[in-house]
Design a protein around this ligand. Structure first.
Ligand SMILES: NC(=O)c1ccc[n+]([C@@H]2O[C@H](COP(=O)([O-])OP(=O)(O)OC[C@H]3O[C@@H](n4cnc5c(N)ncnc54)[C@H](OP(=O)(O)O)[C@@H]3O)[C@@H](O)[C@H]2O)c1
Length: 317
């Protein structure tokens, strides 16, 4: 009989590292796939006790190498995702071709389940390549393997994220913060530990053939999020709505940087609310109430960006 062995792609990201900690504490053994053990090994190895985590380096998605990995696992989880393309058609390769291949293998090797992380709010955004590629990926997975579970979160935040931490850095340095679409786009942020609890439940229980929207407890507009971050780091900044033509021009320039803060594709996606669609079940339907409040959680780590650091008094702005 196969033991509780999990094959994890995208393990070194924010969600992957938190998930490794949760699963290995419950005696799951993880094989974590990374493109570069030398760069990501130190991040990964500290997440689990010896014996519970094996690292495998794959520099490309060579089908026969992946077959070998599938032979030894009962569950595969795919957390690989990108926010911008470094080369042409990369969204399609990462969000569509790769999950297509993994879900076909899950079927071939008769896995107990295949769990894939997609995104919330992509159904209407047919002018965004990110959204289209994620949605195509979902469709292929459902077609390929009946025992698939697709999770769809909005912004996932924690001290390890690339969202609140990057924005707090920007807000602490820039005197003016541009607002796209007047800052009115709505989000349903979920704390990484709440999302990992849902993932853990999916691993433990019989929930096959399921698409689940993973919602945090609050619906916040982009402007509300920025104001919370500003309060949390004790800064006042001018929030300036940008006309779309200027926003497009700034995105065209920013996307030329190696780690762009904004791309044209992200600007297109920002037009659409990132909240419950009504098309799928949500964690609330399964009895999972997420309770972590955005402002309260961000306050736990925002001192890194506050003048005076951890022991400075928080200003009442
Ligand atoms: N974070 C959020 O707010 C959020 C919101 C909605 C949906 N999601 C989805 O949730 C999943 C996990 O999110 P995350 O924030 O934990 O991800 P992440 O940190 O951005 O990336 C996850 C991992 O994907 C691998 N990866 C990145 N680019 C790759 C490429 N070109 N080829 C192969 N592997 C690559 C990397 O692993 P190695 O470098 O170790 O190879 C990375 O650690 C993604 O699918 C993401 O789209 C995230």
């Amino acid at each position: 009989m196969k033991s509780k062995e999990i094959l994890l792609f995208g393990a070194s990201g924010q969600i992957g590292r938190n998930l490794i900690r949760k699963l290995t504490k419950s005696n799951y053994k993880i094989t974590a796939v990374t493109r570069n053990i030398h760069r990501k090994g130190y991040l990964l190895k500290t997440q689990a006790n010896p014996g519970y985590l094996e690292l495998v380096e794959l520099t490309n998605f060579n089908s026969s190498k992946i077959d070998e990995l599938f032979k030894n696992c009962s569950i595969c989880i795919n957390l690989i995702g990108i926010l911008y393309e470094k080369k042409k058609n990369q969204f399609k390769t990462i969000h569509n071709d790769l999950p297509n291949m993994l879900s076909l293998k899950a079927n071939k090797f008769k896995l107990d389940k295949f769990i894939h992380m997609s995104s919330l709010g992509i159904e209407k955004a047919n002018d965004s390549k990110y959204a289209v590629s994620k949605l195509e990926g979902e469709k292929n997975i459902i077609k390929n393997f009946k025992k698939s579970i697709i999770l769809k979160p909005s912004i996932v935040y924690s001290v390890d994220d690339n969202f609140t931490t990057n924005f707090m850095t920007l807000l602490s340095r820039l005197p003016i913060m541009p607002l796209y679409y007047n800052g009115s786009t709505k989000f349903n942020p979920i704390h990484v530990s709440d999302l990992v609890d849902i993932l853990y439940h999916m691993v433990e229980n019989r929930n096959n053939d399921l698409i689940l929207e993973c919602l945090g407890p609050e619906k916040l507009s982009f402007k509300e999020i920025i104001n919370i971050l500003l309060r949390s780091i004790g800064k006042r900044r001018l929030l300036m709505p940008l006309p779309l033509s200027i926003a497009k021009m700034s995105a065209k320039i920013l996307q030329l940087f190696p780690k762009p803060l904004l791309t044209m594709d992200q600007l297109l996606l920002l037009k659409y609310d990132n909240v419950k669609s009504g098309l799928y079940k949500t964690n609330y339907d399964l009895g999972f109430k997420t309770e972590k409040i955005f402002e309260k959680e961000v306050n736990k780590y925002s001192y890194n960006w506050r003048s005076g650091g951890q022991f400075a008094k928080q200003k009442n702005l």
